[in-house]
Ligand binder design. Sequence first.
Ligand code: PLP
Length: 366
Amino acid sequence: MILMNDFKGEAPEMKQAMLDAVRRVIDSGWYILGPEVQAFEQKFAAFSQIPHAVSVGNGMDAIEIALRALDIGVGDEVVTTPMTAFATVLAVLRAGATPVLADIDPATGLLSPVSVKRCLTPRTRALLLVHLYGQVRDMDQWQALCNEAGVKLIEDCAQSHGARWNGCTAGSFGVAGAYSFYPTKNLGALGDGGALVTRDEALATRAASLRNYGQSERYIHPEIGLNSRLDEIQAAILAVRLDSLEASTEIRRSIARRYRDGITNSRVQLLAPPQQAASHVYHLFVLLSPHRDALQAHLKAQGVQALLHYPMPVHHQSSCADIRRDPTGLPGSESHAKHCLSLPCHPQMSDSDVQRVIDAVNNFAG
Ligand SMILES: *Cc1c(COP(=O)(O)O)cnc(C)c1O
């Protein structure tokens, strides 16, 4: 079976480097908020070309902490997308704010500016923009829209590690970017992890306090925070894995190029190509098909795992039935959820794996 992710297939050198990192932490005798976390934060900030990175427990907390550090909470509205990991919207709810769902552009799966504008009200404080599947697009337009509307731009970068648009990295376009290091992400830990990146030093300082019980100095708590810390072992592992992120992104891009060139079946439709070579990191390679369920079953029978991102838009979750949304509805998201299918696209795939996936898609007869 060609899997969506194949961690067991990682290079032995990578496994050894991670074991060495873990041993170093064990030998240090220091496990929380120490030198490994500090070193990784600096390394990730430098990689992202953003002055500050504050590591946290996971990607969802990174969003919640960004909102709380911006004083966005009860009574405030945050516009975001229903076509995302549930954590995006859950983070807004956890911050006490009100999510408002705008529809997507069917060509990309990303938020539609027209729908976002319909969702703006005097209470809107932020746009939480998700770089879905690893795509960063139209950032000048999003910045202009947010400036005109007087709302903060926050980026959900959980799928877009290292994506660049006009030379700037995901997370640098808005006031803050939230990263997840969940194992399946393009930069993944061997457990949970996340980070908030920002150019704003005061925001970074507040986020660092919020992640650690709202503590300003030892045993002094000027505000009500969380316990959301990256641990030393995960930080050490992430520092090792960051070294090969650029190379693994290039492999993902070359797989995507082969899919784009090789998939010719008229029963499937590809999403719009990236605007710039560096602006898509292919966390997921997603196609659309009116025969999606049959195609998924066909691929499985041919030894190819394919998954759905996402099978249900957030407003169809029973816990979110009365969530606020574009008053004209969210038909783009509903259609996308019915038709989307993600193909395996990861650095452990061989050339022949990629060809097998292409052949399996092309010989699907509907
Ligand atoms: C994975 C993901 C998250 C949540 O990250 P966790 O580390 O699992 O909390 C948030 N948003 C998006 C778009 C994601 O893909």
